[in-house]
Design a protein around this ligand. Structure first.
Ligand SMILES: C[S@@+](CC[C@H](N)C(=O)[O-])C[C@H]1O[C@@H](n2cnc3c(N)ncnc32)[C@H](O)[C@@H]1O
Length: 424
């Protein structure tokens, strides 16, 4: 019998590190450095050294070496329906989050959501004086991480099985807490277990948009230091959240409306089958220029903001033509739907694209005009000028004690978002 049938975990020796692995590993680190540079957030040298020190293929046994060093997550577990439950996260996401986390030698760190790889990087960053605990809700994942960590020489990383919504109080307080699973909220346990000057990095979904937020503790509230685009499998257990979605056209188009407006699905179906109105803003972007902050600004500041996704078929059949079929800012206003249109190319060079809006419903043209006006406001007042700041308060905080901004109420927290000129 093939030994893999009884033990799906290969030992490090069986993976046979090779020159190929070294070259792929070095190329991965270079790609990540390059990416961070282009994002305007150069990789801290300590994070680079950690990335260079930990061979990722020891944490992706069974995967091809190319896959281990590609900038992709390596899925390690799916449910019966094929939904991803666990993965070793994409290295660029991990690197970006570690840059946000700012781990120092000697720190005590908790990681929620285990894969082994990130815990090994954290062990490099805290050094021999520090402490790393990684925890997962799934015993199989914990066993797998334990095995890989031991094989790779990171026996001193502590592994714990439990529901991350409650943290790991036994080893608190933590100087740094990193959550590597998508969450809708910040449970009180995470704040309670963070040292008074501690920082957490959390892939938090707000108004249907996930961003990795670095949040510093300030008494019983948290104040953001940075944010980054990211994607993670959703949290299970007590923090599991039934996402609010409206499927249209038999699931070809979906509106995601977490903390968003009440949507009349029948009215949206009707709207989608009505002619498309359009408007163009004159606001452009160059190829490769990031604009994910526009999404966040729209989602938070637009009354009725939500996110539209569509199947490939729906796009090919032109049911909708969004700027990105996997997540485009949209707005529902009564029986009308408007979303950011597929950017249209301008000029001969083909490297400049214009923001526009497509709308459906009885008042479609007004809505399309309104959204394009928002693009102009963003371009003049927000783009490259203002940065979002998130302040997280415990639920029950009195409204008079909240800073000014856009309020998003969650189960455990009251979150205020506002936009400011960067201070440094
Ligand atoms: C993307 S993986 C973590 C990747 C990992 N940090 C790495 O090194 O690449 C997300 C993990 O979160 C775990 N998870 C989901 N809900 C959880 C919960 N409530 N508490 C702890 N872990 C949870 C899943 O079992 C999954 O293994």
């Amino acid at each position: 019998m093939n030994s893999n049938e009884t033990d799906p975990i290969l030992s490090a020796a069986e993976v046979s590190p090779s020159l190929d692995a070294e070259a792929l590993h070095a190329a991965m680190v270079e790609r990540i450095k390059d990416r961070q540079r282009k994002l305007g957030a150069p990789l801290p040298p300590r994070v680079e050294r950690a990335l260079s020190a930990v061979p990722r293929h020891l944490f992706t046994p069974g995967a091809e070496l190319e896959a281990a060093y590609a900038d992709e997550s390596v899925i390690t577990k799916t449910d019966e329906g094929g939904v991803n439950l666990s993965a070793v996260s994409a290295p660029s996401t991990i690197a970006g989050m570690l840059a946000q986390l700012g781990v120092e030698p000697g720190h005590r760190v908790l990681e929620i959501g285990s894969g082994g790889y990130n815990a090994a990087l954290l062990a490099e960053l805290v050094g021999p004086e520090g402490e790393v605990t990684t925890m997962d809700i799934d015993a199989e994942v914990v066993d797998r991480a334990r095995h890989c960590l031991d094989q790779a020489g990171y026996g001193r990383v502590r592994t714990v099985c439990g529901d991350g919504a409650f943290g790991v109080p036994d080893f608190a307080a933590y100087d740094r807490l990193i959550v590597t699973v998508g969450t809708e909220d910040i449970p009180a346990a995470w704040v309670d277990q963070l040292a008074p000057t501690g920082r957490m990095v959390v892939p938090l979904r707000t108004r249907a948009l996930m961003r990795s937020w670095a949040l510093d503790r300030d008494g019983d509230r948290l104040i953001s230091r940075s944010h980054m685009m990211c994607g993670f499998v959703p949290m299970q257990g007590a923090g599991r959240h039934q996402r609010n979605r409206i499927d249209l056209q038999g699931g070809a188009v979906t509106l995601w409306v977490d903390e968003g407006p009440d949507i009349d699905a029948a009215a949206m179906e009707k709207a989608l089958s009505s002619p498309r109105a359009q408007a163009w803003s004159g606001v452009t972007r160059k190829r490769g220029e990031p604009f994910s902050d526009q999404d966040l600004w729209l989602a938070i500041t637009l009354e009725g903001g939500c996110v539209l996704t569509a199947t490939q078929d729906a796009v090919e059949q032109d049911v909708v033509a969004p700027s990105w079929r996997l997540g485009t800012p949209a707005l529902v206003d009564g029986a009308n739907l408007v979303y950011r249109a597929k950017l249209r190319p301008l000029g001969e060079a083909g490297d400049t694209f214009e923001f526009g809006a497509f709308a459906h419903g009885p008042d479609a043209q007004r809505l399309a005009d309104q959204l394009t006006e928002r693009f102009r406001v963003w371009d003049t007042h927000v783009r490259s000028r203002l940065q979002p700041q998130m302040v997280v308060y415990p639920v029950g905080t009195d409204a008079v004690d909240l800073l000014d901004g856009y309020l998003v109420d969650k189960l455990h927290t009251r979150i205020v978002l506002s936009w400011h000129a960067p201070t440094s």
